[in-house]
Design a protein around this ligand. Structure first.
Ligand SMILES: Cc1ncc(COP(=O)(O)O)c(C=O)c1O
Length: 374
């Protein structure tokens, strides 16, 4: 089976993990501190590590909504956590349609703006940056905060600047499938260091320890157990040290896919502005004019041939749990069409080029076979 994804494993990950093991603390302490420092150096922003990308989003919305509720504009084209964590933080996600790059545009955001709107969250889908300048200007014009859910973009750049350094808060995931992986884990980056301090408190039950007598503590606020363990931090640190190298490997594979797929008239490539700035977390492709059922048949056929494709994403407005957040008469024409046609090809940093050739060959054959029945 050619998997959809596989983490890039090296000796350094093992060595750091073993060191964390032998230190014998295991909770988050020395390795989480080292990882935060490395992330701060990487991005030039205050970093607070947590147990997952979802936990990072939850804390981001807790801090920005600050118990006052309100509406947050969320792209319908995202993973559920981008929207569910708005609800868990007491807010209301307002689902927004997307443009051709599957990011919200100023026009689709404007359609959903109300006097109750407090902020905007974007994702850098597949590693392709959202139109950050336009969205930043939109936020400034309407006095809204901006969260970058940058789980697909470690690293990626927008106009030469690292994604994750544009929003008031940015969040990343270290889930096994993500560009910098540690099994599970996440991080928040902050423009405002005071908010970072609050996040540190909230990720460990709201407990503040006495600086000289660490056995003395007070619960200052009600928080969560969102700390990352030293095991995960050790693996994430080793991966972060290879983040540029792993992105480069993804890009080389993406280049090979792009060159080969341009020759297939049935397919349309996902529009990337600048291949050198994209994170290449995913390689999405559109099967032109396909219905969702035809596209599903393509995935099934390739699975029978031993190739795991995937779907990113079924838009949120099509899921049962998000029906309460779809406004009466609201339409999502771009997301609906993209959902029927899109699928993602296998891509991971150590993917052999021979495996990529196999994927291409089987894909071509399946398209011919299924295309005849269209
Ligand atoms: C865009 C996006 N946001 C958030 C998450 C959640 O991250 P985690 O799995 O670390 O909770 C994911 C993970 O799949 C994601 O793709």
């Amino acid at each position: 089976m050619i998997p959809f994804h596989r983490p890039s494993q090296r000796q350094t990950e093992k060595e750091y993990l073993l060191q964390a093991w032998e230190e014998g603390y295991w909770g988050g302490r020395t390795w989480t501190a080292q990882l935060e420092k490395a992330l701060q150096n990487f991005f030039g922003r205050e970093a607070v590590v947590v147990s997952s990308g979802t936990a990072a989003l939850h804390l981001a919305f807790e801090l920005l909504l600050n118990g006052k509720g309100g509406e947050v504009l969320v792209p319908t084209w995202t993973f559920t956590a981008t929207a569910s964590e708005v609800v868990h933080a007491g807010g209301t996600p307002v689902l927004v349609d997307v443009g051709p790059t599957l990011h919200p545009t100023v026009e689709t955001l404007e359609l959903c703006l109300t006097p109750h709107t407090r902020g905007v969250v974007v994702i850098h889908y597949a590693g392709e940056p959202a139109p950050l300048r336009e969205i930043q200007a939109f936020c400034a014009a309407h006095n809204l905060w901006l969260v970058e859910d940058a789980c697909h973009a470690l690293p990626a750049w927008y106009e030469g600047q690292l994604c994750g350094t544009f929003g008031d808060i940015a969040t990343f995931s270290f889930h096994a499938t993500k560009p910098v992986a540690a099994g599970q884990g996440g991080v928040l980056l902050f423009r405002d260091p005071d908010l970072a301090e609050k996040a540190r408190l909230l990720r460990q039950h709201g407990i503040a320890r006495h600086p000289d007598h660490p056995w003395l503590y007070e619960v200052e606020t009600l928080g969560w157990n969102y700390m990352l363990s030293d095991f995960q931090a050790a693996v994430a640190l080793a991966q972060l040290q290879r983040a540029y190298e792993m992105r480069q490997a993804r890009q080389a594979l993406a280049d090979a896919y792009r060159t080969a797929l341009q020759a297939l008239p049935e397919l349309r490539l996902y529009p990337v502005q600048d291949p050198n700035q994209c994170g290449w977390h995913l390689f999405p492709v559109f099967w032109k004019g396909a219905s969702a059922a035809q596209r599903n048949a393509l995935l099934e056929t390739l699975r029978e041939e031993g190739i795991a494709l995937s779907l990113h994403y079924k838009p949120l407005h099509l899921h049962p749990a998000y029906q309460p957040y779809v406004r009466v008469g609201q339409r999502f024409p771009t997301a609906d069409q993209a959902w029927a046609e899109i699928f993602s090809l296998p891509l991971w940093p150590d993917m052999p080029f021979t495996a990529l050739q196999t994927v291409l060959e089987k894909l071509r054959q399946a398209l011919v076979r299924l295309g005849k029945n269209r």
